[in-house]
Design a binder for this molecule. Sequence first.
Ligand SMILES: Nc1nc2c(c(=O)[nH]1)N[C@H]1C(S)=C(S)[C@@H](COP(=O)(O)O)O[C@H]1N2
Ligand SMILES: [Mo]
Length: 524
Amino acid sequence: MTSTIDDRTEAARAPQGRRHLFSRALAGVIAAGVVLAVGELLSVLIDQNSSPFYAVGSTTVDRSPAWAREFAISTFGTNDKPALFVGMTVLIAAFAAVAGILERQGAPFGSALLMVLGGVGVYAATHRPSATWVYAVPTLAGLVVGIVVLRILTVAAQMPEGNDGVDSRWPRRKFLVLAATAAAAVAATGAAGRYLGQRIAGAVDNRNDFAIPSVVDKASPIAPGTDIGVPGGTSFVTANDEFYRIDTALRVPRMTTDNWELHIHGMVERELTLTWDDLVARTPVERMITLTCVSNEVGGILAGNATWIGYPIKNLLDEVGVDPEADMLLSTSIDDFTAGTPVEALRDGRDAMLAVAMNGQPLPFEHGYPVRQVVPGLYGYVSATKWVVEWELTRFDAADAYWTKRGWAEKAPIKTASRIDVPAPFAPLVPGPVLVAGTAWAQRRGIETVEVRVDNGPWEKATLARQYTIDTWRQWTWEWQATPGLHTLQVRATDLAGNVQVEKRMPPIPGGATGWHTRSFTVA
Ligand SMILES: Nc1nc2c(c(=O)[nH]1)N[C@H]1C(S)=C(S)[C@@H](COP(=O)(O)O)O[C@H]1N2
Ligand SMILES: [Mo]
């Protein structure tokens, strides 16, 4: 079948060969795209975990060791998911291009390679939590269509070109037409899959129709002097669309209040399954609480403060009657993330709640719609389960939660922390008074003092904004008489329990980073 090419002179063969190589590679990439798109479309009918692309991505996330998560978060921040998708796409495209180049009419090496790729998809899909053999169907069907496409494109790419100038244009044009058709099909199928997925859930409408529960036990108003509004500083309340997002969900679960239920079981006197109506029949409270991620580096931005409306967890625990031997509430989300929270922390009087509203809005899908946990004083991974659907009362010596299995600490109270927000890094400064400002937090303990020092000089007390509660962060300012040259500013906080922020630089694993936030400035 390559005889036509072999008949040519050396001179004619070179560009021809390169073009064929490109066409073949493209054919492989398109075929792989078809596998994924068809898989995606069919997964809509089964479960998003049965989509090959999603399943492989989620498996990668779940099987990543602790250092890989820290690398991803410290390198890409909250863009860790797009980064994973881009990485996967590049890898799959490279693999598929090789498959396309290897494919021959009589020797389907490329098809074999696609099957290997498909095998990875089938493996990932059928090994997702709660998967059955049906989860293999989208990938397998995609594989069949993808291989057919690869065969057709390979034949088209190998069409002998006529010796006269007119005919020789046809095979290439035909290939281009086929390629364009396949690409359009890929795009259309992918889009249809995504669209259908969202529509079927009906979640967007459900959220739009959501009625915020009315609350009697409201959060106290923000007194003057709490949010001092330094230009460029961190605002006291974090807007929902600016609130940091950290989770393992490659696709945000789109639940509705209709399909939400919380099943409470384990070491309890009475099992209980709460529907949405059951939940909202209870009495909600409104509180302002600052959340913090254990992966937050010293000076990092993985913390946010919001007003939450929710149902006290303590009341629900009282309802089911917790066995005195149970010391852990293992909460599970719809996508099988788990957190282990000390029962003690849920009953000691702090405002631990099943939250349903955030800053006067229904929870954004990214932040757990329709129900998530909010527990003051504990890092999110041990307490803040979003899309929560199951509670098991158990023991720390009997169960391990998602991140604990991967090397993080079993219990994780938030560490006393402070950071410099203003001036921004590399801000051009001139000698004279410079307003330095920032935030400090020590949820459950509260901030007592914040101190700043320049070039390792004596610590000087910053001016604190009014403390809202011990469960929220606190703003501070300090006036610096800047002199020309390069200077290093450092900040540390002391909480109301007398703990000085730990100086020693430690990474986030296993229980949260420590160290004093440092920023250098050139004053000219
Ligand atoms: N379902 C689910 N809930 C989760 C997580 C997750 O991966 N899945 N991550 C936790 C972590 S590590 C943190 S820090 C908080 C972050 O909440 P946010 O994204 O609303 O800021 O959610 C917690 N709840
Ligand atoms: Mo986190």
